[in-house]
Design a protein around this ligand. Structure first.
Ligand code: LLP
Length: 396
């Protein structure tokens, strides 16, 4: 729900842009900090979800750590003041250059995804006379019950080390004197709303930590990954994700031993609700079978619907608020409620936010909001069709 004066403000701004509601962001960060700290859990922000400067500055100010997946994200985390003892570097394909950058920055931990990677990090650390902290990312073969495009923890996925390889892992670890084994890491997928899934993950983590300890490797860090989902259908209702239930599952089912730390890598849940993509209607095409609203934003600004069949609420702010735009079309419209395919301007048939969307009768120049776009929105924007990069606007 946008306030009237916010919509008035939008009228003077060139579209498309991401609008960040900084109050929602802060309320979400407050809720996550409160829910995690009661159990002494450590949260690292998965920077890949949104590396907008104001967003990461806000996250950093809460004392969260940073979960990075590229050398540039490691660099950005350090530049934005994240404590290097809370910076973790994950990713299935870390280049030598990126590993060296992270070693030079003395980050806390590399989450390692293959046996070969262990050997490479060990060699690069040795050349610098350093010891790299590492955690083994294990593929637990737990089904996340989420969209298969964003599932990561099954045997068929490229991520992590499969359990049948763990004997080779410990053999390699014994040889690698420039690695310090810190613990085990998991991440089974994203947009997970079924807490039963996390209960199953806890069972696997408990088994795995027993396995490592039986092989002589003490575990300091249990990193459970991220993935907590948000409500994409009710952006003005369930604005704050259910952090309480989420952390409670781990408190209840994870076997945490004295001296161990439990780490989480949340991305989406921290930032998704804080932003909307705001665009304008360029053209209204009324057809016999289909009506199209052609927006000035498309897959170059928000690719989630096109890439993952993701659902986002779409609203006509001009018509719903009664703040009409001046640029009324002359086209006759048959009724005041209409169904439209809401599409972008990109030369691709897949450039469609959603088909048959029920909206108020819409006109050229109307402001359209695509809600819950703060995670994996702006960060996945592109220049395709040589378009301008999308801009950002903030509430105070
Ligand atoms: N940790 C690891 C190792 C990850 O790969 C990810 C996300 C996270 C943590 C954070 O997950 P989150 O809490 O945000 O679910 N672009 C897709 C989502 C891709 C997620 C990639 N990995 C989307 O828009 O739905």
């Amino acid at each position: 729900m946008f306030k009237q004066d916010t919509i008035e403000r939008f009228k003077g701004i060139e579209t498309p842009f991401y609008y960040y509601n900084m109050d929602v962001l802060r309320q979400t960060l407050d809720a996550c900090r409160d829910a995690s700290s009661q159990y002494g859990f450590h949260v690292h922000y998965a920077m890949k979800a949104n590396f907008n400067t104001k967003v990461i500055d806000a996250v950093q100010s809460y004392g969260f750590g940073a979960d990075c997946v590229s050398g540039n994200e490691v660099k950005a985390a350090i530049e934005h003041g994240f404590d290097k003892s809370k910076v973790v570097f994950a990713g299935v394909g870390k280049s030598d250059k990126e590993i060296n950058l992270a070693l030079d920055a003395d980050i806390f931990c590399f989450n390692v995804e293959s046996i070969q990677e262990l050997e490479i990090i060990n060699g690069l650390a040795k050349a610098k006379n350093k010891v790299a902290g590492i955690a083994i990312r294990i593929n637990p073969n737990v089904d996340a019950h989420t969209h298969h495009f964003i599932t990561t923890g099954l045997d068929e996925n490229k991520f992590g080390i499969n359990t049948w390889q763990l004997n080779d892992v410990v053999e390699m670890l014994r040889k690698c004197t420039n690695l310090k084994f810190l613990g085990i890491h998991f991440h089974i997928g994203s947009q997970i709303t079924d807490m039963e899934v996390y209960k199953n993950l806890c069972t696997r983590i408990n088994e795995m930590q027993d396995w490592f300890e039986n092989h002589g490797f003490a575990i300091k860090i249990l990193n459970t990954g991220g993935g907590l989902g948000v409500d994409y259908h009710n952006p003005d209702g369930n604005t704050i994700p259910d952090f309480e239930s989420y952390f409670k599952v781990f408190k209840k089912f994870l076997n945490v031993k004295p001296g161990q730390e439990v780490h989480f890598e949340l991305g989406r849940a921290l930032v998704a609700q804080s932003a909307s993509l705001i665009s304008r209607v360029l053209y209204v095409k009324i057809g016999q079978k289909k009506n199209f609203l052609i927006l000035d934003a498309g897959m170059t600004e928000l690719i989630r619907p096109m890439l993952y069949q993701a659902y986002h609420v779409i609203e006509n702010l001009s018509q719903e608020s009664g703040i009409k735009n001046q640029d009324k079309s002359e086209i006759e419209h048959p009724k005041s409620e209409m169904k439209y395919d809401v599409v972008g301007p990109i030369c691709e048939s897949t450039d469609c936010f959603r088909k048959d969307v029920d909206l108020s009768e819409s006109f050229r120049g109307d402001l359209i909001a695509v809600r819950t776009a703060g995670a994996y929105g702006e960060v996945m924007a592109s220049h395709y069709n040589l378009r301008d990069m999308v801009q950002s606007v903030y509430s105070s």
